[in-house]
Design a protein around this ligand. Structure first.
Ligand SMILES: Cc1ncc(COP(=O)(O)O)c(C=O)c1O
Length: 454
């Protein structure tokens, strides 16, 4: 069964992290990832697709681009979806075999295409112009599976920025535009080596029926291409990612089983084994297994509102700060020793340490009374939050620790220890300075040189 990093487990992890000195005055913020929970989500994904003969579940690296996490996922049987040269490097360093990596970036340079083809990494072209480049670059002995991304233009979910199958989306070939479908079919018929169709309908905020409608359109296009080509050309369908995450409480919903049911309800043949299947889930595999824990530095009032100034702001919760309606987070509070706080609830603005007024991760959030030295946890932040920090104000990338609950998998086991492994140490001030050119501090005074001497 797919379970989340429950509030009870988070409390145990926060308490142990304080005891172990991982959260302290000089270590005021950290990401915690429940390793057993991640493995359970991978197992639930495999279980949901057990009826499909050939599936590659490729984790969308952007959701948690940390090499030890990627290696954990590789060990659990996942492939990896990457969307930049950096993500490709991370996937290779994590140990994914090239044939289990899928490259999807929308603006691939010729060099990036060549590298993927040389490695044998699967590649989905974003547009017909990219197919022309592949025509010129594809080696005769190319082992990469090659596909084309299409946009079924089925519409938007509740978050526009997360909806990739809208009429004007920048991704893929817009299938319903005049003449586009015919151009796509012809592009396939002319290229027998083009064997995969790809679509990613959207992510958070996209209802399952909308995703299913888009993927059913993908299936219909595959059938049409095969009929026009007069051969079995499309061998695999890449269904993208996008299962939304429930940020409201501990429950995991929707589930992978629900996703499979929604797809087969709209197009029973989609997963019947005729086509190999690739999935690219990101957030749904890790979001509910991560929390961001941060120290309360000060508590104050302004205009009658209580404000807790903490060390978790837009640098670790960028989306939530800039789009609070779309990305609300649950917050829980702990005393300085990591014990859950009790008492009457009062509304707090949970603010971060950044120098702009909007740096608030939760507005009027009901919490027990807070004081300096307390801790807050931002729940469900295992995807796209602490793993992808924002460098504004030169705040350090926070440490990330994997948590292992010693009683996981034991019947009736209760409250034994929590072990930690460092996934990423906190960045030091010196590392921040180096990243920002301290080793070339004189560049603008004495550094001007001809290209060959730069
Ligand atoms: C092409 C593609 N695949 C997969 C994903 C992962 O989506 P999610 O994290 O919602 O599962 C994304 C997210 O942007 C994407 O663009």
């Amino acid at each position: 069964m797919d379970v989340s990093f429950s509030t009870d487990k988070v409390a145990r992890a926060v308490r142990q992290a304080v005891t172990d000195g991982l959260l302290a005055e000089d270590r005021p913020v950290a990401g915690l990832l429940d390793v057993g929970g991640v493995r359970e989500s991978v197992a639930a994904l495999h279980q949901a697709f057990a009826g499909v003969p050939e599936v590659l579940h490729a984790f969308a690296a952007k959701a948690c681009p940390l090499v030890p996490v990627l290696r954990l996922l590789a060990d659990a049987g996942m492939g990896c979806e990457v969307a930049s040269p950096g993500e490709l490097r991370l996937a290779l360093d994590a140990g994914f075999a090239p044939a289990r990596i899928v490259l999807d970036s929308p603006a691939k340079t010729r060099g990036e295409i060549r590298e993927a083809l040389d490695l044998g990494v699967a590649l989905n072209a974003d547009n017909l112009g990219e197919l022309d480049r592949i025509d010129a670059l594809r080696p005769a002995d190319c082992s990469s599976v090659l596909g084309l991304r299409v946009n079924p233009q089925v519409g938007s979910g509740s978050i526009g920025a997360m909806s990739t199958a809208t009429a004007h989306s920048k991704f893929g070939v817009a299938l319903r535009d005049p003449g586009a479908r015919e151009r796509v079919v012809e592009a396939f018929v002319r290229r027998p080596w083009l064997t995969r169709l790809h679509a990613h309908v959207g992510s958070q905020g996209c209802p399952l029926p909308l995703i299913a409608q888009g993927l059913a359109a993908l299936h219909g296009l595959a059938e049409e291409i095969d009929a026009r080509a007069g051969r079995r050309q499309i061998t695999s369908l890449d269904l993208g990612g996008g299962l939304p995450v429930n940020f409201a409480d501990d429950s995991v919903t929707p589930t992978y089983a629900g996703y499979v049911a929604a797809l087969t309800a709209v197009e029973p043949a989609l997963l019947d084994g005729r086509y190999q299947v690739v999935t690219e889930f990101g957030r749904s595999l890790v979001a509910k297994h991560g929390v961001t824990a941060a120290r309360v530095e000060y508590v104050k009032e302004a205009g009658g509102r209580r404000i807790a100034l903490t060390h978790a702001g837009a640098q670790v919760a960028t989306r939530t700060v800039f789009m609070p309606q779309s990305w609300p987070l649950r917050v829980t509070a702990y005393g300085p020793d990591g014990t859950p706080k009790r008492g009457p609830l009062v509304p707090y603005d949970i603010a971060g340490p950044l120098c702009f007024a909007g740096d608030v991760v939760a507005h009027a959030h009901p919490l027990p009374e807070l004081a300096e030295g307390d801790l807050v946890a931002l729940h469900d932040t295992g995807a796209y939050y602490f793993s992808a920090p924002w460098a504004y104000n030169s705040l350090p990338r926070p440490a990330v620790y994997g948590c292992l609950f010693e009683d996981d998998g034991q019947d009736g086991g209760q409250d034994t220890g929590v072990l930690f492994a460092t996934v990423r140490p906190a960045q030091t001030a010196r590392e921040i300075s180096l990243e920002n050119g301290s080793d070339r501090a004189d560049a603008l005074l004495t550094g001007f040189a001809a290209p060959s001497r730069r």
